[in-house]
Design a protein around this ligand. Structure first.
Ligand code: PAN
Ligand code: ZN
Length: 186
């Protein structure tokens, strides 16, 4: 393998060249939002793009580092902000670094033993997600929320239970500000 570089546009969140761009729309994760009536109303008029991920593929072993840039669009389903699906890594003992580039958000994390943590994001915030912590990013601002992720090549993604029941906390807008509330499904 040879050294290489890509261009990360700090304003737009695009990586050029990239190997893949994931485009996640509301219809790809409708059941993950608490307010199903609000989701149905949004889907009836449109199927909004919630986020995009620009990916650079490297060999999928522990010695390599995946790196990708995610753009979460501003918006809400009911009171719940647009967010990523969130996941444990398939190899749960792998960490990740998230670096905020644009906009405002919140990193929500939890362990399988019920520990919960969150970190507010703005440009320059660099969070360390330790091994064994599930992670989800949420756009709590009015503009696009853009962040870089770096994680081991063998980490993989496990969306399993999170797709069914979500995280222990939901992040919703209350009086114009983000608050964490208990997830009634958990
Ligand atoms: C990130 C995420 C990306 C999209 O690259 O995969 O932000 O989020 P979901 O994968 O939860 O849809 C990462 O954490 N990779 O491990
Ligand atoms: Zn991850």
């Amino acid at each position: 393998m040879q050294p290489f570089a890509t261009m990360l546009d700090f304003q737009e969140g695009t990586i050029t060249p990239n190997d893949n761009v994931i485009i996640r729309r509301l219809s790809h994760m409708t059941p993950m939002f608490a307010d199903q009536d609000a989701a149905a109303r949004l889907l009836a008029e449109d199927d909004p793009v919630l986020y995009e991920v620009y990916e650079v593929h490297v060999p999928d072993n522990a010695g390599n580092l995946n790196h990708c840039c995610s753009i979460i669009y501003p918006g809400k389903v009911g009171d719940e902000y647009f967010m990523t699906k969130g996941h444990f890594h398939a190899v749960e003992g792998t960490a990740e670094i998230y670096l905020g580039l644009q906009g405002e958000g919140l990193l929500l994390m939890e362990t399988r033993d019920g520990e919960v943590a969150h970190i507010p994001f703005r440009p320059g915030v660099m969070a360390y997600i330790p091994p064994f912590w599930a992670h989800r990013m949420i756009n709590t601002g009015k503009d696009r929320f853009i962040f870089l992720g770096v994680y081991p090549g063998n980490a993989g993604h496990n969306y399993g239970a999170i797709e069914q029941t979500g995280f222990a906390k939901l992040v919703v807008e209350s009086d114009g500000a983000p608050v964490l509330i208990d997830n009634p499904k958990r």
